[in-house]
Structures are given as C-alpha cells and as structure tokens.
Design a protein around this ligand. Structure first.
Ligand code: F6R
Length: 261
C-alpha cells in the first residue's frame, strides 16, 4: 500500500487523474472500476478535460461501477447511473455496450449480481479500480461486517451512510435502505486499486483502514492485503495517521525509476 498525502483534494485528484489517464494510454482496452460520490468528481472532470483537450481516448475501455441503489432507475436524479452520465459518460467516448452499472431495478437481484460478476470475468477482470471511502470505513457499499470474501450482492446501508448520502437526495426524499454492490473479494481481485479520501470527516476511517488491523469491521482495511494499492489523501483526511511523515518522506524521495507520477 502506497500512501500519498497532498495538501489539497485538488492536488490529490490531479495525481489520480495522471494515474488513470496513464493506465488508459498504456492499455487503451483497460477495464476500469468506477466509484461515484463527491470524492471522484474532480477526477472525472479532469479526465473529461483531458479527453477534450489532449485526446484521451476511452473508446476501447470497459467500465464497471461499484454500486447502485436498489429501487432507483437510471433516470432517478440520485441514482449512480445518472451521476455517471452527468460527470463522465456524456462527455467522453466510452462505448455504451462496454459501460456496466448494477441495475437498481433488477427483478431478480441474485441473478443480476451473478451476471455482473460473470461480465467482469468475461472482460478479463478489472485493471484499475477507483474507490472512495465511507466515513464508516465502507468500500463500495460493503458496510462494516461485510465478508472479506464477498462478491456482488445486495447489502443494507447503515443509518450513518444513509445520513451521509441524504445530501444527494431531494428534500423529504428517503434514501434507499438497500444497494447492489461489488463485494470486497471483487474489489480485491482488481489488478490495481486507487483509494481516494478527502476531508476531515474521513480521517478516522482512513487511519483505521491504513494503520488499523485488517478486519471486516473496517472494510477499507482489506486493501492492506492488496498488492498494488495507492491511497491518495489530502492533509485533512491524513490527519490521524501516525506514520504520515514517513509516507511523505517515501513519496518525496523515491528512486528516479520509481517516480511515475
Ligand atoms: C460510491 C461508493 C462509496 C463512496 C463512499 C464515499 O460508488 O462506492 O463507497 O465512495 O460512500 O462517498 P463520498 O465520496 O460521497 O464521500
């Protein structure tokens, strides 16, 4: 796990954008795992700018989103489908048939989840998985207590997550209780993970995920077992890390052949 701490979310998003765009340039048919929410918005905006101004070509890439609310269709303003269209899909040249998002309206949820896993396998697995972190340590919508061996399935949100996400819903509108999410083993099978966390509300979850014991009680801690994970933080999200100085020293003093950012 490489922990990279930048002064601001903007700078951390720039580094994330360089990593994702490099992945796409080096392997144009990359399979990307995508997250939604406030954290990756700037990353998507920066990728859109690179597509428009620097010819970043997503035409051969495949995408799999982490999660979707059960009961919300693609046109619901708070659905993750709608989010992706708004911030990324409608601005870049991804091929419609290679975009995958769990279907919140699936009639047979277990069958849909199994088919989603099958699609990931058929695409050759995920090359680069972009992740945010819940304030309760969730990854995807794998809430604390999720099996580290879990695959795509239905999950029930904690009240904390429902409250955190109420801001994306209309006044008086209920945040769904259920979601479909890639499992922790699905995420762990990605060849590279990029975890982004910004702001002081994430500091506890970051410290528990990066420096705490690996436990299903903190799903983010699963990444300690992952062989190629980069954790991109702003100073506020890194505030409770006990080895922050060391991570910064490592990042600033890499051997020349390792300075890939
Ligand atoms: C979203 C997802 C979630 C979010 C997390 C943080 O697809 O899987 O794990 O990454 O809830 O959300 P924000 O970025 O809104 O703080």
């Amino acid at each position: 796990m490489e922990v990279i701490i930048l002064p601001t979310a903007e700078e951390a998003s720039e580094v994330a954008t360089r990593l994702v765009s490099r992945q796409i340039r080096e392997k144009p048919d990359s399979v990307l795992g995508l997250a939604t929410g406030g954290t990756p918005k700037r990353l998507y905006e920066m990728l859109v700018r690179m597509h428009r101004e620097e010819g970043l070509d997503l035409g051969r890439a495949t995408t799999f989103n982490l999660d979707e609310y059960v009961g919300l269709g693609p046109d619901h303003p708070a659905s993750y489908h709608r989010f992706m269209v708004k911030y990324l899909f409608s601005h870049v040249n991804l091929t419609r048939e290679r975009i995958h998002i769990p279907d919140g309206l699936a009639a047979d949820v277990p069958a849909h989840c199994a088919a989603y896993e099958q699609s990931i396998r058929e695409a050759g697995g995920i090359d680069l998985q972009i992740l945010g972190l819940g304030s309760d340590g969730h990854l995807g919508f794998n809430e604390p207590g999720s099996s580290l061996a879990s695959r795509t399935r239905i999950k029930t949100l904690t009240e904390r997550t429902r409250n955190d996400n109420a801001r994306y819903f209309g006044e008086g509108e209920e945040v769904p209780h259920h979601v479909i999410t890639m499992g922790l083993a699905t995420i762990a099978a990605s060849r590279m993970c990029l975890l982004l966390a910004f702001g002081k509300a994430k500091a506890e979850a970051v410290a528990a995920s990066v420096e705490g014991p690996v436990t299903a009680s903190v799903p983010g801690s699963l990444l300690q077992f992952h062989p190629r994970t980069k954790v991109l933080l702003d100073t506020e999200a890194a505030a409770l890390l006990t080895r922050a100085d060391y991570y910064q020293w490592v990042y600033n003093n890499k051997p020349a052949w390792q300075t890939d950012l």
